[in-house]
Design a protein around this ligand. Structure first.
Ligand code: HSE
Length: 308
């Protein structure tokens, strides 16, 4: 890659867990996409010029993008610095990987600005330094798909396996409430029953198998969770009504996106995906709850340069 004086990059929103793979599965969405503008500065370190679309700390050490950018600068050992303008399209506390989009765009962006050809396994831990500022944990199930795109299986030792993505249409609905990941992790039990662990293990194995055999229907039907989702449903706004509306409108499967409050629903054609969005919208309107609907496919592309 050629070094540049300034660059604009984007990273996608993501759905973590995908119901069947708590903390180890995640996929990239076509939209929303988060944009980050980066400019080289003569002074070393990171400056955050502006954050558009959300109220977040401008102090680099307390900001996900700031920490990820600083980690990459340090790893590359460069003398110059970087000025960031952050366009928050993936909103904090939404459950569609806000901090991961910030961390991935900053880590990828600084490497691209430097012209450094960092490999995925080199870039991932640097972006995770940023993600950790927001969630307090280093789970890669949002950051990996935000960086690399597609459907990612993240192993505990930091390995990322790209799975063949099922041929799904996705409807993601984001009600305008905030659920902090730390809060949604605090409701989880510290131990699980052997029978639940066995059930989850077999379901995840079946899901991975279906991805490899290209059976998109069976892959959707494998999306069960007995570990996290049952404990988190009480935190989600009107989840049972949303689920009923989505399934009645033709969804084949779905659930909480990440730690919520967004939910994601799977169908096999665009018409049904739009109908699911309308059905959930009706539920939230009845409760007077503002929300955003995103309809799209699994994005093949993760963080990338926006060419002028
Ligand atoms: N796997 C994480 C969790 C994702 O569910 O807590 C957070 O977005």
């Amino acid at each position: 890659m050629t070094p540049r004086e300034h660059i604009s990059v984007a990273a996608p929103a993501t759905v973590a867990n995908l119901t069947v793979g708590f903390d180890c599965l995640g996929l990239a969405l076509e939209r929303p996409l988060e944009r980050l503008d980066l400019k080289r500065t003569d002074t070393s370190g990171v400056t955050i010029k502006e954050i558009i679309g959300a109220q977040l700390p401008l102090e680099p050490a307390r900001n996900v993008s700031g920490v990820a950018a600083q980690t990459v600068l340090k790893t590359l050992g460069v003398q110059w610095g970087v000025e960031l303008t952050i366009h928050k399209a993936v909103l904090p506390g939404s459950g569609i990987g806000s901090s991961a989009a910030s961390a991935a765009s900053a880590a990828f962006g600084v490497a691209a600005l430097a012209g450094a050809d960092l490999k995925p396994h080199e870039l991932l831990p640097l972006a995770l330094d940023g993600e950790q500022v927001a969630s307090g944990a280093r789970h890669a199930d949002n950051v990996a798909p935000a960086l690399f795109g597609g459907l990612c299986l993240c192993t505990p030792d930091g390995r990322i396996d790209h799975l063949p993505a099922p041929d799904w249409h996705l409807t993601v609905v984001h009600p305008q409430t905030v659920i902090k990941t730390a809060q949604a992790r605090a409701v989880l039990p510290s131990d699980v029953l052997m029978k639940d662990a066995l059930h989850q293990m077999a379901q995840l194995g079946h899901f991975v198998h279906c991805c490899h055999t290209g059976d998109s229907t069976e892959a959707a039907l494998a999306l069960h969770d007995v570990l996290a989702e049952p404990h988190r449903i009480p935190l989600q706004p009107h989840f049972k009504e949303v689920q009923a509306a989505a399934m009645n409108a033709g969804a084949r499967a779905g659930g909480i996106s990440g730690s919520g409050p967004s939910s994601y629903w799977i169908s096999f054609d665009l018409g049904t995906a739009n109908a699911i969005g309308q059905a959930i919208s009706t539920v939230f309107l009845q409760h007077g709850l503002d929300h955003n609907v995103h309809v799209g496919r699994i994005a093949e592309r993760g963080a990338h340069i926006i060419e002028a």
